[in-house]
Design a protein around this ligand. Sequence first.
Ligand SMILES: O=C(N[C@H](Cc1nc2ccccc2[nH]1)C(=O)O)c1cc2ccccc2s1
Length: 161
Amino acid sequence: MAKPLPADWEERHSNSRGVPYYFNRTTGQSVWERPTASTSASSTTTGGAPQKVRASHLLVKHAESRRPSSWKSPTITRSKGEAREIITSFRERIVSGETDLPTLAKTESDCSSAKQGGDLGFFGPKQMQKAFEDATYALQVGELSSIVDSDSGLHLILRTA
Ligand SMILES: O=C(N[C@H](Cc1nc2ccccc2[nH]1)C(=O)O)c1cc2ccccc2s1
């Protein structure tokens, strides 16, 4: 008797292969192997490109950012060094448990996603800047990144799916 499927997973039939595959109703991912509790979001159905991921982030822009302007400030003049000091203190406040990334992103992020707590929705390979994509795919779901440097500025990333 096969073990019951973890929550949110259902067995479907692949007409092309004539065998069952497994679909997660929450994340939208599908896998060939019967999922266990540890099936991660980056497992794939065909061993090809990794599945889509979801993340929230907090962005601190600086004078060298690709677009040194945001909803918070029409012209961002802080140096990259100042931005690093700022985002380091934000990370410490999150890690200490004083606050959480979505709450802090709402008021502090220089990305327009601040309105939704930094949530970027689901994205796949080649959709975000490479440094951001690589950092996100390296995270486990629920994990907070170190400081990530992209052409847009300095980020903290929380992988959510
Ligand atoms: O590129 C964006 N915003 C830029 C800043 C920025 N640069 C990024 C680079 C990688 C990931 C997120 C990033 N956000 C801006 O406001 O100048 C995005 C905003 C939003 C909002 C909702 C969902 C996706 C996105 S991507």
